[in-house]
Design a protein around this ligand. Structure first.
Ligand SMILES: [Fe+2]
Ligand SMILES: [Fe+2]
Length: 285
């Protein structure tokens, strides 16, 4: 962030006061000053609302009893819009037993809903369906954040892997790369950097190198628009007043998701253990 050095020196008590500071104190003062300026600029831009910085989030890491990347089934339902929420007394829900041969629809009802992710997925899929997108895109929207019950960190990659044996390559591609594409605008489809990310990641957040690299890769891929459409339908899919049922997608799932006859988690696929972990997250080992 640009600023006048003389303003900084004045704010610290003048040149004489600065000359008495050691190197580390000066570096800290510089960082604090830049943070203040940034916060002021953002507040002005956001009509008075201030957003956390990356450093503020980093400072909170060892002040919480959970990590922000933990899967939704494995911790209480905290609000990621509050930098340091009061979680006193919050608990995880008791889960219903899964059927012996669970289907994707069973997972929606019995694990994604208590994991607070199904409403977002259903709304996202409904938007894509109402816009007349192909069934593969609707399915990708329906499943794009499903892995967040297991792991929020790098959820696009976990999510693609989770469903890869059961869907077309395009569906897995769209889910894998939606995560990277979320950080990069595409005016051709009206997609902007989400304002909610100022809050979630910090106002001065820079996407990680692997995310930048995967964005560049996906941008030049022939299936780019598949992943992009997931982000386009993702952006608006947070309306608490819209209730969508999984029943609406049972046919699309039937045509595009190869449900294993043994049940998800019991088909010996390379990802069966991931489904079992979602089924039984209370297992100690
Ligand atoms: Fe996502
Ligand atoms: Fe999403």
């Amino acid at each position: 962030m640009d600023f006048e050095p003389s303003d900084l020196i004045r704010s610290l008590g003048g040149p004489e006061a600065v000359s008495r500071m050691d190197h580390e104190a000066r570096a800290d003062a510089l960082e604090d000053y830049q943070t203040q300026l940034l916060n002021a600029a953002v507040a002005a831009r956001a009509g008075g609302k201030t957003f956390p910085t990356v450093k503020e989030y980093e400072d909170l890491v060892d002040k919480r009893g959970y990590r922000r990347g933990v899967g939704r089934l494995f911790t209480f339902n905290y609000d990621s819009k509050v930098a340091n929420p009061d979680v006193t007394g919050l608990t995880v829900p008791r889960l219903q037993k899964m059927p012996a041969k669970p289907t994707l629809v069973d997972f929606f009802r019995l694990r994604l809903e208590p994991g607070h992710i199904s409403a977002h997925l259903l709304q996202s899929a409904k938007l894509a369906k109402d816009r007349g997108e192909p069934e593969e895109i609707v399915l990708a929207c329906l499943l794009h954040d499903a892995a967040q019950v297991l792991m929020k960190a790098d959820h696009g990659y976990w999510g693609a892997q989770l469903i890869e044996p059961y869907v077309s390559e395009r569906v897995a591609f769209a889910i894998r790369y939606h995560q990277a594409l979320r950080f990069f605008p595409d005016p051709s489809v009206g997609y902007e950097y989400p304002k909610s990310y100022f809050q979630t990641f910090g106002i001065d957040y820079e996407p990680l190198p692997h995310v930048v690299a995967d964005y560049k890769y996906a941008r030049n891929h022939r299936w780019y628009m598949d992943a992009r459409l997931v982000t386009v339908n993702d952006f608006y899919a947070f309306d608490p007043n819209v209730v969508v049922s999984i029943d609406e997608f049972v046919d699309i799932i039937g045509r595009n998701f190869k449900q294993p006859k043994e049940g998800l988690g019991y088909d010996n696929s390379p990802v069966a253990h991931m489904w079992r972990t979602i089924s039984m997250p209370d297992q100690p080992l």
